[in-house]
Unconditional design. Structure first.
Length: 371
């Protein structure tokens, strides 16, 4: 093993090390295509003509003519690029098909659930005409998305394009369920707002008193102004829909990337007011993908740390901060992140929130019901 690790042909990958104890018993191939030495089971590659090095067990198998000539195949073989590309394309197509299918199923489930909810609301006797109109418009939009989703099942597009389209539709469906305007409605609202603004603006030769007031000369956001948790209600709704709606993807990532040291605590406090049954960090850890946990878990931790330092809180020996750092940056963070680290995040948030005058309560992850 150490010989592989120090080889001049490249470093042995971590995943390959797991195969070493079984190399005397199972058929394996070896290559340093891409720079690192990779050991892998050969069965998936038996019908392809990719330049490989095989161990003795693999050499005893029946191979297509010309694939293995015996003897002189080294760790840097002559690669048949057409075969590599064809095999990679086939594997990628299967992957995209699988992910697109998952997106389609989750989107249709989300649409069906929301349609049932709207139908129930439309039966209410005290429903106002304005609310009824909004519900009917949302129902119509969801039915249109449902039609587009079903059309993708028999689409002639390539798997990658279908997957990309399902991601776009998922975001649009989440926006509709959350009550956000469509692109057309948003553009119309923006044009109307700009029109009203231009009509209400005073002429340049006679500036109004309000435009000269000290208040109007302040920047839109000031570090001295305290952000209220209630101002993040929409963010909470959007993130809840991203976590518990049809998939996560870009929607969740965009919301997490918006978090800064100046509002991270307020966002967490407001989430708990609306969803006291589960904190944001518990929901995030429970639903986000591994890469999302690692990338945005680190980002959120950095913002909490920066706010704590700004408030004069010493984290150098704080057990919860150190526990978060160990999980998010430890030697195994590349492969696994334990969801229970949410307890350490919450304990850290509570300390900073208390310093800021907020009450932050949460149910420990260990006491939460597990599905």
């Amino acid at each position: 093993m150490f010989g592989f690790g120090m080889s001049t042909y490249g470093n042995l990958t971590n995943a390959s090390m797991a195969h070493i104890p079984f190399m005397a018993f199972n058929p394996y191939g070896m290559t340093n295509f891409g720079g690192d030495i990779q050991i892998f089971p050969v069965e998936p590659y038996r019908q392809t003509q990719v330049g490989l090095m095989f161990n003795p067990v693999a050499q005893m198998m029946g191979w297509p003519a010309g694939l293995y000539e015996g003897g002189g195949c080294g760790l840097t073989p002559q690669i048949n690029m057409n075969s590599v590309i064809a095999r990679a394309s086939a594997m990628a197509a299967q992957c995209f098909n699988s992910m697109a299918s998952q997106n389609i199923n989750s989107a249709l489930q989300a649409i069906a659930g929301q349609k049932a909810k709207i139908q129930s609301q439309l039966q209410a006797d005290d429903l106002k005409a304005e609310d009824k109109k909004k519900l009917e418009e949302q129902l119509k939009q969801l039915e249109e998305y449902e039609k587009q989703i079903n059309e993708l099942k028999t689409s002639s597009l390539d798997p990658k394009s279908v997957y990309a389209k399902t991601n776009e539709l998922q975001k649009a469906i989440n926006d509709t369920i959350a009550g956000k305007p469509t692109k057309t409605e948003a553009q119309g609202s923006q044009q109307s707002s700009q029109s009203q603004s231009s009509q209400s603006q005073p002429s340049q030769s006679q500036p109004s008193q309000s435009s000269q007031s000290p208040e109007s000369q302040k920047p839109e956001s000031s570090q001295d102004e305290k952000v209220k948790p209630s101002s993040f209600t929409s963010w909470v709704d959007d993130m809840a829909n991203a976590i518990w709606g049809a998939g996560t993807g870009d929607y969740l990532e965009q919301g997490c990337s918006e978090i800064t040291k100046d509002d991270v605590i307020e966002r967490m406090v407001q989430w708990n007011k609306i969803h006291p049954e589960e904190s944001f960090m518990e929901a995030f850890m429970g639903d986000a993908g591994y890469t999302q946990k690692r990338t945005y878990g680190r980002h959120i931790l950095n913002q909490i740390r920066n706010k704590a330092l700004e408030l004069g809180i010493d984290l150098s020996k704080d057990k919860d901060y150190l526990a978060c750092m160990k999980v998010m940056n430890g030697s195994f963070s590349w492969a696994y992140i334990d969801n229970s680290v949410a307890d350490n995040y919450n304990a850290l948030i509570k300390k900073v929130a208390k310093k800021m005058g907020y009450n932050y309560e949460y149910t420990p992850y260990s006491m939460m019901p597990k599905s």
